[in-house]
Design a binder for this molecule. Structure first.
Ligand SMILES: N[C@@H](CCC(=O)N[C@@H](CS)C(=O)NCC(=O)O)C(=O)O
Length: 152
């Protein structure tokens, strides 16, 4: 019987798939929290939702909802590129330990970024978490550029 594709791909691809999928699930959790904050603060994005929950006056902005939306937007600015960079990097035959450190830093950095953003933790915790996750992404981007350029 043929070995499953993931078993064939060494240790790096499964580690990337684990980290990236957990981060996608984390983004889903931020979206669920956003919905809960909208309900709790009665601050809806659409008139039809506001009408169902008390009246048109509840179609309004709210600082806490905006914070959730900013956290989600920052995830989109950082995690989406990681989905591309990490996948391509996994096929460059990196040292498995080094690759695992890259993925772990991205994962931990993005988790702390979300907790710091939604939990309103004091500065510069969120910025440090952002930087912690971006450094390995920059490293992967440079390695991909290098490998692509030398195969031109
Ligand atoms: N689009 C980002 C670019 C820079 C960035 O991502 N900064 C991090 C660390 S200070 C951040 O958490 N920004 C807050 C945000 O994107 O809402 C911004 O406007 O701040």
């Amino acid at each position: 019987m043929p070995a499953p594709a993931l078993a064939l791909s060494g240790q790096v691809l499964p580690a990337f798939l684990l980290c990236s999928t957990l981060l996608v699930i984390k983004m889903y959790v931020v979206a669920v929290i956003t919905g809960q904050v909208r309900l709790r603060k009665k601050a809806f994005a659409n008139p039809e939702d506001a009408l169902r929950h008390g009246g048109p006056q509840f179609c309004r902005d709210d600082q806490d909802v905006d914070r959730c939306l900013r956290a989600h937007r920052n995830d989109m600015e950082t995690i989406y590129p990681f989905l591309f960079l990490g996948l391509v990097y996994s096929f460059l035959q990196p040292n498995p330990f080094v690759a695992h450190v890259h993925f772990l830093l991205v994962f931990l950095g993005r988790m702390v970024h979300t907790v710091a953003y939604l939990g309103k933790l004091r500065a510069p915790i969120r910025s440090l978490a952002y930087t912690l996750a971006q450094l390995p992404c920059a490293s992967m981007a440079l390695q991909i550029v290098w490998e692509a350029a030398r195969h031109l």
